[in-house]
Each structure stands twice: as C-alpha cells, then as structure tokens.
Ligand binder design. Structure first.
Ligand code: SF4
Length: 388
C-alpha cells in the first residue's frame, strides 16, 4: 500500500505527514488493519525497539472539581460515584507510588483534580516529590495539576519533577463542545510553560467524544507543533453520571487506526496507550503494543484498569519488554532538543465524520457497555491495597 510505505519512510525520517495522509489512515478498511499496525510498528521499533515504558498514576486529590469538562467523572456536578478525597499526605502518596515502582513503573504521575494549583498546592506537591524521591531516587516524576501560573513550572522542576502533563484532549475548533470553563488556548499555554521551564512536556487526547476524523488529526498536529515528548492517547471512559454517559462510539479497530495515525504524526515521541484501553480495545490490546511504546500500569484516576499482573503478562506474551530503570525512553536527538530548549528559555521561565456510519451514511450507535466501567475503590485514598 503506497500510503503506508510513504508513512513509514516519513516516520523514520521524522518527517511530518500531510493532513490527507493522516486522515487516510483513519479511513483504512478492516481488511488493511494489520498492514496499518505493521507499518506503524516499523516506526515504533525504529525509535523505541521492543521496550514498553510503564507509568503509574497516583490521584493526589479526587473529585469535586469546579471545572465542567464533560468527559470527566470529577467535574462540577458529576454524579459518578467515584472516590472523593482531598490532598493525600506526602507519605500516603509515596506509599501509593511505591506500589507502582515495585510493579515496574519508571514514571509516577502525580495528578490532582482542579482548574490549577495554588502556590501552596505546588509546595505540597514539592513535599510529595521529595518523599517519593527519598525512597526511589531515580523514578521519573510527572506532575499533572491543571493550568499553571507564572513560576509554578519552574518550582516543580526545582522540586524534582521531570515532566508536566496537561492534555489538549480535542481540537481547538470543538473544544467549547467539551468544556466551557476554560479554553483550548489555556491548555496550550500551560504545555508551553512547562516546556519553557525545562520540564519534559506530556500532552495528549481523548478519542470517542463525538469528534470527527478532522478533529482528531487537528489535535494530533497541534501536539506535534508543540513538540511534546509524550502523547497519552485516551479512549473515552463514558462514566454514568457524566454528560458523556452512554457514548460508546469506538471499536477496537478504530482505536488501532487512531493510535497508528498518532504514531505516524509523532513518530519519535513516547506514545502512551492510556485510559479506556481495556474497555475499547478489549482483546486487541496486545496489537496496540506494536504501535505505542508506553502504557499505564494498573488502575486509572477514578476507574479500575486490568490487574497490573495482567499488564505485565500481556507485554511478555506479545514479545515486548518492560523498559528498565536507567534506560533513556526518548531517542538521543529528542533529549538534545529538550536541553537546547532549556538553554534558550528565559529565566522565569471540522470535515468528514468518523467512520462509524452504515452504508446510507447514518451514524451507527454502538451498544452501551456500562458494565465494563468499574469505579476505582482501591489504592490511593482508600485502605485497600493498590493494583500494580
Ligand atoms: S479534567 Fe481536570 S479540570 Fe476538567 S473537570 Fe476533570 S479534574 Fe477538573
């Protein structure tokens, strides 16, 4: 297939595909699916070999957010019966992180609900980073605390954070459809602030929220333009009690096409298979490992993932290996680019709809599967052992 040969060549040269090429990946047929996965796999193996980086989520503060992101179980007015609690103490967070590190996680992601942190919150997180580093000096810490104000990214870096995560989630053109309390440009600004402060930038998307193929391509091109180091690809977890309950629009095949498109557009970055993989890819999860080079181990912020042990078995069975501590995730040139960006930093530092249509062009509704969504009831914020 000429398209796939072209995309592999561009991926190996870190050359940006055209938007039409990216859109064409999303329109490939099920008959071509394994060819698409194999082509994306060539690019993945060129830059990352057969390594899979494990990341572990610690929800520092759960629920009761004043923002109205319609996909989020922690949003204003959410009726989802999730765990709600305020900031974990540093030793509680460190104990939660320890479980992930013991399970093989190289990065711990410290996440808190809310629009963004106060300076006091940032100091609280700095104390948590210190507590985690005391036990595991080499673990990569990523903070994900919402929109950042002046100086906060620099303070987090000084405290030992390696990365900052803030997703763009969807295309700018449709951002107001999923959130009214902040704007797409606010999110872009926070990603830029993190990078300028010398933090590795992590930003991704959520698929399955009603976006078009063009929207998906737009958000991934926006991420490439921001030159982020890691791109988590989430598939909507349609929590009961949120405006997106009942929205089951994805198929395992579409999830794989989306991941492949992200790999072709962002060939040399850490593409992470993130929330929703178990419920949307289901038995095809191992195929996704041929495209992505990173996953979350165990549970998510407010929902359960498959058992951490099953994650490890899946990686081994598919012929991949967990990325070892001390291994550099990113190719050399990306680390050099990051160092150059830090040196240069100041001190203060809509188109055709998705393929889910029948022959007459009528949008297909897929059966809702709320039984697949399990609210997290263990780990951080509870007295029960975590899943790692
Ligand atoms: S995504 Fe973040 S900002 Fe938006 S409602 Fe959820 S916790 Fe709040």
């Amino acid at each position: 297939m000429d398209l796939l040969n072209t995309l592999v060549g561009k991926g190996l040269r870190r050359e940006l595909p055209t938007r039409d090429e990216a859109l064409a990946v999303l329109s490939t047929s099920d008959d071509d699916l394994l060819d698409v996965v194999a082509a994306a796999g060539k690019v993945r193996r060129h830059w990352f070999g057969r390594r899979v980086k494990l990341n572990y989520l610690v929800n520092l503060k759960s629920g009761l957010c004043p923002e109205d992101c319609s996909y989020c179980s922690q949003r204003l007015g959410s009726k989802a019966e999730i765990l709600t609690y305020t900031w974990l103490k540093p030793d509680e967070a460190a104990a939660a992180a320890e479980a992930g590190v013991a399970g093989g996680a190289k990065r711990v992601c410290l996440v808190a609900s809310g629009r963004g942190p106060t300076d006091r919150d940032v100091e609280r997180v700095a104390g948590t980073i210190a507590a985690i580093k005391e036990a595991n000096e080499d673990v990569e810490i990523c903070a994900c605390l919402g929109l950042l104000s002046d100086g906060q990214a620099a303070r987090l870096r000084e405290a030992g954070a390696y990365a900052y995560s803030h997703n763009l989630n969807t295309a700018e053109a449709v951002y107001a459809d999923i959130c009214t309390t902040h704007e797409f440009t606010d999110r872009v600004e926070t990603v830029r602030r993190a990078r300028t402060a010398g933090l590795s930038s992590c930003s991704g998307l959520i698929a399955g929220m009603g976006e078009t193929d063009t929207d998906l391509v737009d958000v991934v091109f926006a991420l490439r333009e921001l030159d982020v180091d890691s791109v988590p690809v989430n598939f909507l977890i349609p929590f009961e009690g949120t405006p997106m309950a009942g929205r089951w629009a994805l198929t395992p095949q579409r999830c794989l096409r989306i991941l492949a498109m992200v790999r072709f557009v962002c060939p040399d970055v850490e593409v992470r298979l993130a929330g929703g993989r178990e419920i949307h890819l289901r038995t095809l999860q191992p195929l996704a490992l041929h495209i992505v080079n990173s996953i979350f181990l165990g549970d998510y912020l407010t929902s359960e993932g498959q058992a951490g042990k099953a994650d490890l078995e899946m990686i081994a069975d598919a012929g991949f290996e967990v990325e070892a501590p001390g291994t550099d995730t990113l190719p050399d040139h990306r680390r050099a680019d990051q160092a150059a960006a830090l040196d240069a930093a100041p001190d203060d530092a809509r188109g055709p709809e998705s393929g889910l249509r029948d022959e007459d062009g009528t949008r297909l509704a897929r059966p809702a599967r709320p039984d697949l969504v399990a609210v997290r009831r263990r780990g951080a914020g509870t007295d029960l052992p975590p899943n790692a």
